[in-house]
Design a protein around this ligand. Structure first.
Ligand code: AHM
Ligand code: MG
Length: 334
């Protein structure tokens, strides 16, 4: 371990390479601190009374867990301290959160402080997802309009995975690297350099309890996978569903696969299940930087023009050849 690079050093290298002022490095350091604090709270669990519901609902009408609220407070507080962000937006807040006293803040932070909330109480992996945008010239961080930029404009995106170990996976548009937290030292060390999604896979992830709502292209893809060696694909597939997008994306980055939360007959009116600005876009950026693909089925996720802070979109991402096949099935409409 002692010969490994730390995330802080890699950020400084990147700053030198880009000739930056240091504010990006500083804001990333604040995110790392927030993630370490959330990791600590998740890890403490029932010992400090962190499990269970908070007794409130978020803007999406979803029941908040105590750790959702705590993780949101940690993100808001830690990332405001450095004065690098002009504003923030969170899954847990209806409106944008302008950062007071940060007239010089040039960046916007969007985050899901604790994704996979249904897994909190059962000690299964959860994570934090974040996306960083520039504050457009002349825009006000008090208005959602400043945040409504397509995913291709992201400066950086990443997630923290609170699993059997805590990891931070990050892209600044120059590949994807993974870092593992040494809790005793309190630092993230580079453990996964240049993460790459294999183009082919024999593994897919979808919530199959929604099968009755699926549209024909998704149903066709899954049916063909399930038919195995005897079917048109000529090989057996395995299936996974953690119900934590961070864990699913991490698995795909490590060994390939496809993750789908498609639009279906039940969720179509809402646009899908997952949120574009702080779930789909950052994960799409990471997956594309690792050589994979991320689509709604008919459009590249990162090219969507957002219309709302909490907009939902269909998400199909992962191994390139499989995602291309699913896109083709959407074109065929069979
Ligand atoms: P959350 O942000 O409220 O936790 O919801 C997002 C999560 C994703 O992590 C996961 O892929 C999906 O919701 C699971 O959905 P389902 O409950 O249908 O299995
Ligand atoms: Mg979420």
């Amino acid at each position: 371990m002692y010969r490994r690079t730390t995330l802080s050093h890699n950020l400084l290298d990147e700053q030198r390479r880009l000739g930056g002022s240091g504010s990006f490095t500083a804001l990333m350091t604040d995110i790392l601190t927030a993630c370490k604090m959330v990791a600590h709270e998740v890890n403490q669990g029932a010992l400090v009374g962190n499990l269970g519901v908070a007794g409130s609902e978020n803007v999406q009408g979803e029941e908040q867990k105590k750790l959702d609220v705590l993780a949101n407070d940690i993100f808001l507080h830690m990332n405001a301290l450095g004065g690098n962000y002009a504003g923030m937006a969170s899954e847990e807040l209806e409106d944008v959160h302008a950062v007071k006293g940060s007239a010089d803040g040039r960046y916007l932070l969007l985050f899901d402080p604790l994704d996979g909330s249904s897994n909190i109480d059962i000690n299964i992996s959860v994570g934090s997802i974040f996306s960083i945008l520039r504050l457009p010239d002349g825009a006000s961080p008090n208005s959602a309009d400043a945040f409504l930029q397509p995913g291709v404009k992201q400066v950086a995106a990443g997630y923290a995975l609170y699993g059997s170990s805590t990891m931070l996976v990050l892209t600044t548009g120059n590949g994807v690297h993974g870092y593992t937290l040494n809790r005793d030292v309190g630092m993230f060390f580079l453990t996964h350099r240049n993460m790459t999604v294999p183009a082919d896979t024999k593994e897919f992830a979808i919530n199959a309890s929604r099968m009755r709502f699926w549209e024909p292209p998704v149903r066709r893809y899954v049916d063909e996978c399930l038919a195995g060696k005897e079917g048109p694909r000529g090989k057996d597939f395995n299936m996974r569903w953690v119900a934590s997008m961070v864990a699913e994306v991490h698995r795909i980055l490590v060994r390939g696969g496809v993750f789908m939360y498609p639009a279906d007959a039940e969720n179509k009116a809402k646009g899908g299940k997952l949120r574009l600005m702080y779930e789909a876009n950052p994960m799409a950026f990471i997956i594309e930087q690792a050589g994979g693909m991320a689509t709604t089925g008919t459009q590249r996720i990162m090219e969507l023009q957002p219309t709302g802070l909490h907009q939902r979109v269909p998400v199909i991402l992962g191994s390139r050849n499989e995602v291309e096949r699913i896109v083709q099935y959407h074109g065929d409409k069979k």
